[in-house]
Ligand binder design. Structure first.
Ligand code: CP3
Length: 343
């Protein structure tokens, strides 16, 4: 079994397994090279040969314990017919759906072809990955995907989606129900194609008051978790409720996830005590900017995380994705240190 999977399945692994969110991407020269030839970013996501190659690039360089499928959370709205464009230097753009009437535009039957292409990438990777390197499939959590569908772009406060949910909770629930159901199918297809584990990215979970957090973060994630448990009982699921702070404990208890990814602000004591005691694997949470700075600051922070999580079911990761200005040699230094000092 892959070293990555054992903390998720109940065992402490020494040194802890390591992979990094956004481990494939613009900080790698070989990614930038291939990206130039790919046309649009989504074309790269939908081209199995190129997407598989990009997934493998960081594995060749660093020998991470897990790979993550190269794709994007916004493949889901795009496949539903709400076309997504990535504007260079600005991020994603969608024609916003700001009221329930807009949901009519979404067409589930259109997802088959695009999800099929992503799953072909998964199947290729299954063949090409080194034995012992796990393959993580993923999707965005319904709340986070909805923030882009309703806002039409990324925003610091997710105001458009929060307003939709307050003004028309029944209509917003319909959007969430669609996303729950499509996400279950999408993740299940990734497992059938060969994914060994799944991660659900809720990058904007931190913008909601507690009652809305229960309704739009915990409940949809729990539904997805339960459906997958029925279809694929052996496949572990990691949740990433970024920014959830102390409500992360309730998230873990009520969603039934096998692992929880913690953001940079999560205190190490909370991870090693409360979250570990809840019976899940804990993943995280190095500040991605320490990977830019490197040096002593990086070394000390890595050691502090390793010390806090020693003896626990732990997976080393960042608190959020690698940023493009990260020097690739700092990633090598990090992997080496985790493997040396994480014993
Ligand atoms: O290596 C991996 O982690 C796998 C691939 C992956 C990407 N995006 C590739 C990507 C994964 C798992 C994601 C998840 C994702 N995408 C999230 C959740 C995690 C998080 O970062 O909070 C979100 C919110 C998105 C939506 C998204 N995709 C945005 C806001 C952007 C633009 C910002 C940016 O960094 O450019 C993207 C584009 C994107 N997704 C890139 C990559 C490598 C860069 C696009 C490019 O190469 O031109």
């Amino acid at each position: 079994m892959s070293r990555f999977l054992s903390p998720l399945l109940g065992k402490c692994e020494t040194p802890p397994p390591i992979w990094l969110m956004r481990q494939a991407g613009r900080y790698l020269p070989e990614y930038r090279e291939l990206r130039k030839t790919a046309g649009s970013f989504l074309n790269l996501c939908y081209s199995p040969e190129m997407a598989a190659e990009v997934t493998l690039q960081p594995i060749r360089r660093y020998g991470f314990d897990a790979s993550i499928l190269f794709s994007d959370i916004l493949v889901v709205p795009d496949a539903l017919g709400q076309e997504v464009r990535f504007v260079e230097g600005e991020g994603p753009r969608l024609d916003p759906i700001t009221e329930a009437a807009g949901l009519k535009k979404l067409d589930r039957s259109a997802t088959t072809e695009k999800f099929g292409r992503v799953c072909e990438t998964v199947a290729r990777l299954k063949q090409d990955l080194p034995k012992g390197t796990a393959l993580i499939g993923f999707c965005g959590a319904p709340w986070t995907v909805a923030t882009y569908m309703v806002g039409g772009r990324g925003s610091p406060d997710q105001a458009a989606a929060r307003l939709f949910a307050y003004k028309d909770p029944v209509g917003f629930q319909r959007l969430m129900d669609i996303l729950v159901s499509v996400s279950i199918d999408y993740l299940s297809q990734q497992v059938q194609a060969g994914a060994d584990a799944l991660q659900i990215f809720d990058s904007w979970a931190g913008s909601l008051p507690e009652s809305e957090f229960d309704r739009w973060v915990i409940a949809p994630t729990a539904k997805i978790r339960q459906a997958l448990a029925k279809q694929h009982p052996d496949i572990p699921v990691i949740g990433f409720p970024r920014g959830a702070g102390m409500t992360t404990l309730k998230f873990v208890q009520q969603t039934g996830v096998d692992g929880v990814s913690c953001d940079t602000a999560m205190p190490l004591a909370f991870m090693s005590d409360q979250l570990s005691a809840a019976g899940v694997a804990v993943q995280g949470n190095l500040d991605p900017l320490l990977l830019v700075s490197g040096g002593k600051a990086l070394d000390h922070a890595v050691d502090a995380i390793l010390d806090a999580m020693r003896g626990k079911r732990f997976i080393f990761n960042l608190g959020h994705g690698i940023v493009p200005q990260t020097p690739p040699e700092h990633v090598a230094r990090l992997v080496e240190r985790v493997r040396q000092n994480g014993v």
